[in-house]
Write a protein that binds this ligand. Sequence first.
Ligand SMILES: NC(=O)C1=CN([C@@H]2O[C@H](COP(=O)(O)OP(=O)(O)OC[C@H]3O[C@@H](n4cnc5c(N)ncnc54)[C@H](OP(=O)(O)O)[C@@H]3O)[C@@H](O)[C@H]2O)C=CC1
Ligand SMILES: O=C(O)[C@@H]1CCC=N1
Length: 267
Amino acid sequence: MSAKVAVLGAGVMGETLLSGLIRAGRRPEDLLITERREERAAELRERYGVDVVSNLDAAKQAETLVLVVKPQDMPDLLAEIAPAVQPSQTVISLAAGITTKFVESRLPEGVAVVRVMPNTPALVDEGMAAISRGAHCDESHLELAESLLAATGRVVRVPEKQQDAVTAISGSGPAYIFFVVESMIEAGVHMGLPRGTATDLVIQTVVGSAKLLRETGEHPTVLRERVTSPGGTTAAAVRELEDHKVRAAFLSAIEAARNRSRDLAAE
Ligand SMILES: NC(=O)C1=CN([C@@H]2O[C@H](COP(=O)(O)OP(=O)(O)OC[C@H]3O[C@@H](n4cnc5c(N)ncnc54)[C@H](OP(=O)(O)O)[C@@H]3O)[C@@H](O)[C@H]2O)C=CC1
Ligand SMILES: O=C(O)[C@@H]1CCC=N1
């Protein structure tokens, strides 16, 4: 068995990981991908110079199998690869809600399974991934998963019982930020700013605020207070956000994502 890494299901997240591995210096000949639709397979072959093979061939040829299909497609994928998977291989699942137990129970006894929750900023090497060990993992399997995910950003280890909450925070999180960005741009346009100007203002404000959080290490409340002059504009805005229960809405939204993650394995 070669040291190949196979990405099974190269949609949004699979391609994000694949492109990160190539940017980090992995040779296309050490990578394999699988795809259901021929036109998508051709596009990826052309873009990255990687071989596209069947799921079964990927399971026969690669030492590491990274499963990146939708949770609902996992049972079929696992049934397809199970006859070829051996305990010497490492299986890394990126699917929301799918537990290591779910994967282990559908593969031969003893296969090491690592559960990962990545996010799409990995496309610009600013990803946040959380990894958890399955029943048959040792340190080497976790280090293998870390080395793959570190190609596209930060990696932390979490107990698997935290993965549904992680999914709701950092997995889905970019969507909440984009929702805020869209809302702020629309507000700017509503007040008469050209759309391009509003977009530039909002994006730089988000990037600058994120850097301020990361580089100062200050609590967000402290940073928000620094923006909030007494009796000023920010205080007027924050009062509206509180009146509209935006904080409570975030709590409910993120709990809904967590609950959805819990339900996904049962579908
Ligand atoms: N998008 C995100 O931000 C994140 C996604 N994830 C997880 O990543 C996984 C993929 O999500 P995402 O990339 O958004 O979804 P996509 O639908 O974009 O990607 C899934 C890909 O897998 C293909 N596929 C499905 N079944 C098979 C199969 N049996 N063999 C080979 N390929 C197959 C799909 O083909 P087809 O188009 O024909 O269905 C599709 O191209 C999910 O489990 C999700 O929970 C995790 C974190 C973040
Ligand atoms: O929406 C989803 O289900 C996936 C998992 C986390 C982000 N996207």
